[in-house]
Design a protein around this ligand. Structure first.
Ligand SMILES: NC(=O)c1ccc[n+]([C@@H]2O[C@H](COP(=O)([O-])OP(=O)(O)OC[C@H]3O[C@@H](n4cnc5c(N)ncnc54)[C@H](OP(=O)(O)O)[C@@H]3O)[C@@H](O)[C@H]2O)c1
Length: 246
């Protein structure tokens, strides 16, 4: 039976790759993004790949007041939500966030507050339904604050904690929550950054995320070696960590 799959932030390079796997599986997709033209192109691609239907919803997720309306539209479009993947995010500029609170506030709002604002009613809906999977793209940046991106990292740390709490709450209600922690992925978000040897491509990352959703993993590091890297980084004593240039 075809599932109803919601992809929030569907124009993201990573989300597009995940969505293609659901299209291959002939699922029905409800795609949400702020740029109507880009969203239309994504929807067209998913239809061509075999999705059993694609509904488009345009929404600026930085506009918190618009989010309750978004959920009503999703609930109207599908009688049952089987998978909700939240993928939108913005890396921003750490130096600007240090100078200008408005920029820092936008990073916190897009990367965390909007996720919590959206998932609060989504979680209640799935809880009532007694089934479904919520997949949340957080980041390894949320595992420990670093000088070069701690505002983005703080938002992702909050997202990781929120996802953990949701999982703990909803596990008893038939609803699964998977936290996805990608490392460095070559997407438009990181196009301006120097690429190191650990950079992953969005296609393989998308496949790993799809598999983590299907396997009902709790926390997936993508690629998997980031679990070990972040274990080591989290355990560096603060007196040493504060001297490192990271
Ligand atoms: N790339 C990495 O190295 C990396 C590492 C760890 C975690 N992540 C996370 O992975 C997720 C996907 O990112 P990506 O790498 O695929 O980057 P991307 O291609 O730049 O995608 C980011 C997406 O977020 C959307 N977005 C940003 N602000 C929005 C808003 N206010 N309303 C609606 N949509 C908004 C963007 O929409 P527009 O197209 O309209 O701008 C874009 O589709 C993000 O949560 C990111 O934090 C990425």
């Amino acid at each position: 039976m075809s599932r109803n799959v919601v992809i929030v932030g569907a124009t993201s390079a990573i989300a597009q790759e995940v969505a293609r796997h659901f299209a291959d599986a002939r699922d029905r997709l409800l795609v949400v993004a702020r740029d109507a033209a880009k969203l239309q192109a994504v929807a067209k691609d998913l239809v061509a790949r075999g999705a059993s239907g694609v509904d488009e919803l345009v929404c600026d997720l930085a506009d918190l007041a618009a989010l309750p309306g978004l959920l009503s539209k999703l609930a109207e479009a599908a009688p049952r939500l089987d998978v909700v993947l939240v993928a939108h995010g913005v890396l921003g500029d750490q130096a600007e966030a240090e100078r200008d609170w408005a920029h820092a506030e936008m990073l916190l709002r897009v990367n965390f507050t909007s996720v919590a604002a959206l998932l609060t009613p989504v979680a209640n809906l799935l809880e009532k339904q007694g089934s479904g999977t919520i997949a949340i793209i957080s980041s390894v940046a949320g595992d420990r604050g670093r000088a070069t991106n701690y505002v983005y990292g703080a938002a992702k740390a909050a997202t990781t904690a929120f996802a953990s709490g949701l999982r703990n709450r909803l596990a008893k209600k038939g609803v699964h929550v998977v936290t996805i922690n990608p490392g460095f992925v070559a997407t438009p978000m990181t196009a301006h950054l120097k690429k190191g040897p650990l950079v992953a491509d969005p296609r393989s990352v998308g496949q790993t995320i799809f598999r983590a959703i299907e396997a009902k993993k709790d926390v997936a590091y993508v690629p998997g070696f980031w679990r070990l890297i972040m274990f080591v980084i989290r355990h560096i004593p603060e007196r040493i960590f504060k001297r490192l240039r990271l």
